[in-house]
Design a protein around this ligand. Sequence first.
Ligand code: BES
Ligand code: ZN
Ligand code: ZN
Length: 490
Amino acid sequence: MDVSAASVNPLTIAVDALVVNLFERTTQPSGITASVDRALGGIISDLIAAGDASGRPGEVTVLYPRGAIAAHRVLVVGLGPANAFGAEAARNASAVAARRARDLGAKSVASVAHGAGVNALALGEAAQATVEGARLGLYRYLLDDGLEAFTLVDEDAGKLEVLRDGIRWGDAVAEGTRLARTLVQHPANVATPDHLAEVARGLAKDHGFAVTIGDRAWAEAEGMGSFLGVAKAAGYEPRFIVLEHDPSGGKEAPLVLVGKGVTFDSGGLSIKGRQGLEGMKQDMAGAAAVLGAMRTVGRLRSPRRVVALVPATENVIDAAGYRPSDVLTASNGTTIEIISTDAEGRLILADALAYAQRYKPRAVVDLATLTGAVNVALGSHAAGLFSNDDTLASNVSASAQRVAERVWRMPLWPEYLTALESDVADLKNSSGKPAGGACVAAAFLERFTSYPWVHLDIAGVHAVETTEGYRVKGPSGYGVRLLADWITKA
Ligand code: BES
Ligand code: ZN
Ligand code: ZN
């Protein structure tokens, strides 16, 4: 789908569908909706008066102008109440309208930038949200959007530049999110560690990133005994991916992104049950978010120095695999007693977090489908946010709020670490008890950090159960928009 901006009178644009909008509880259409209403003899006003068009979120009223304007159809999409309006409502409305247009067989769609100027939503932000919503809402795994052209229209030629900028951002953010969704939806025999590495190589080629793909021997040379412990049983070879975007030529302390890349989590010898195995191809959603964010960073040519680290391996079963009771030595010398081979995410992240130290990073954010416990605590409504730095935590939270990818701060009290005291090593990889599981896992990770750090446990938010607005059933791509916002505002 080609996305562009046009400064034409919306009444004169010949498209299969023209999308305009309506706020809830308004008696009169406004802006371009009002011009369309007038051109169509007041039909939208009539529909409002009759209660047939309410402006509720998710509502789409389809009108056939029959030559009164150039568009073949008009889709009036509900924006919800004006006082609750913002970028999130714009994204959702745009998604719902774009899907309806596709369902009707439309190929060319023109849309207003939803809600520009309402509740301080700037035109560029409205344009971005409209494009993001359409692109994310139209997403289908391995299929194209189904639309050929999507045009943002505004009669005022003076607004074209701002619209174009919004499109550029919306496109870049949506493309990163779509990459993440696709990688997570790939089955485990497609999204192997090597596949993730190939995707990273492609990103490096497209955007001029530096890339290093570490194999088993490389990780051994790095002393990554924790990562390699998990990888011992792996049939698909492990990869440790390092991607770097460095417009500063090494002058700037980087922002480091770390993503858990367990391409299939069987639990290992501490094997999961039949139910628990379901969906475990998605245990690389953190890695996917990090790679997706790098796509966005590359497309936007962010001036920030950003490093992405992805330890990628499957966690399966083999006689050569690691066992409960084994002691692993991480690259920073920390010894770890294995209680559960199913607490593997923290083991591969330990070596990645230790690796991050060499960059003297300004900040590190890791994303991981780390614990079932975070889903028990927060459900699918927020990622658990853990941090050793209040300023960083509040910056990341502010980004989360701006892009509507919720986070909720959770504690990192030292008591959680006492649950991991071992008789034979520096620490255990699991307390062996369910209590405070997400917090105990985060406390384990903290042992490997020595810089401002945020951990996002995304095990509750990495997938969407039913399509709603731009959140399409399947992997959510959670984290790409948050990371992109954080990086570009850092
Ligand atoms: N990948 C899982 C966490 C998970 C569970 C993600 C459900 C998505 C949905 C992780 O590796 C794991 O198995 N964690 C264990 C930790 C326990 C053994 C300490 C868990 O949450 O049960
Ligand atoms: Zn596990
Ligand atoms: Zn896992």
